[in-house]
Write a protein that binds this ligand. Structure first.
Ligand SMILES: *[C@@H]1O[C@H](CO)[C@@H](O)[C@H](O)[C@H]1NC(C)=O
Ligand SMILES: *[C@@H]1O[C@H](CO)[C@@H](O)[C@H](O)[C@H]1NC(C)=O
Ligand SMILES: *[C@@H]1O[C@H](CO)[C@@H](O)[C@H](O)[C@H]1NC(C)=O
Length: 254
């Protein structure tokens, strides 16, 4: 009697454990914060607590549109859309990876999740993840243009404020314009009114998000071109002039 009661209890326990245990587990790379220009790899891996898992379909998608998928023969099909960051997919033993050479701002953020969908003989699962881009500035260039200090920041994300300095003095009243480029990057241009100081102008991009400067450049007054030493020799000019005068003196003393 006691034996069969224990039997029944064990049987009940086993049944409950089996039915509450997940037959299919899907693991997706958690939210990534990527540096600009960094490769981004998202994995979607399926496992089963039971033997005999047969995968029929694994797919990465975004905004209801398929990016790549494998079928039951493990053949990868990739759907390239020119609006999405360049990518390719790889498959290995239950794991479908999507690899972006470089994530564009317009594909990143919490409002642009990447979803992974799995269909198998042990059920169907779906899970998503997102990619955030770190703030960045790809390139900064500062020049004297028509006697005006002018700087341009390209591939900026997410946004920044231009701060101008002259020595330790902050300059206000600059002209700043922004343009959104392909993929969601910003180009920011800024210039000051005509300036002639010998002290270089510091043009910096400040990020309100982190309260730090993410890029800066110094703009010097264009050096006077020298017919003998050529361009870029402006800083040597006083020494050269001195030498020239000395040579003249020596010549006239002879
Ligand atoms: C995807 O499609 C479903 C049904 O058509 C819709 O309810 C959902 O909002 C769509 N998702 C996105 C991200 O557009
Ligand atoms: C999702 O796709 C639809 C249809 O292509 C598009 O109109 C919509 O803007 C997209 N949504 C996002 C969040 O990209
Ligand atoms: C310009 O000024 C900013 C703010 O003071 C500073 O962080 C940055 O290093 C300066 N840049 C250069 C090139 O001197």
């Amino acid at each position: 009697m006691g034996f069969s009661a224990l039997h029944l209890l064990l049987w009940l326990l086993a049944t409950v454990t089996l039915t509450t245990q997940e037959l299919l587990t899907i693991r997706v790379t958690p939210k990534i914060v990527a540096a600009c220009g960094q490769q981004v790899k998202l994995d979607c891996e399926v496992t089963s607590s039971q033997h005999g898992l047969s995968i029929k379909h694994i797919e990465w998608y975004q905004n209801n549109t398929s990016l790549c998928r494998i079928n039951s023969e493990e053949v990868i099909t990739t759907y390239h859309r020119h609006t999405v960051s360049d990518f390719h997919c790889e498959y290995q033993r239950g794991k479908l990876s999507i690899i972006f050479k470089e994530m564009k701002p317009m594909d990143s953020g919490d409002s642009k999740p990447f979803g992974c969908n799995i269909r198998s003989n042990k059920g169907v699962k779906d899970k998503s993840t997102t990619v955030d881009l770190q703030e960045c500035c790809g390139h900064v260039e500062g020049v004297m243009k028509d006697g005006r200090p002018d700087c341009t920041f390209t591939r900026v994300y997410p946004d920044g404020e231009v701060h101008w300095f002259h020595g330790s003095h902050r300059l206000h009243g600059h002209h700043t314009g922004k343009r959104v480029e392909d993929g969601g990057w910003l180009t920011i241009n800024s210039y000051l009114e005509r300036k002639t100081s010998e002290v270089p102008y510091n043009c910096s991009l400040w990020s309100p998000k982190t309260g730090t400067y993410i890029a800066s450049t110094l703009i010097k007054k264009r050096p006077k071109t020298n017919p003998l030493l050529g361009n870029g020799a402006g800083s040597y000019e006083p020494a050269w002039t001195f030498g020239f005068v000395a040579v003249l003196l020596v010549v006239s003393l002879k």
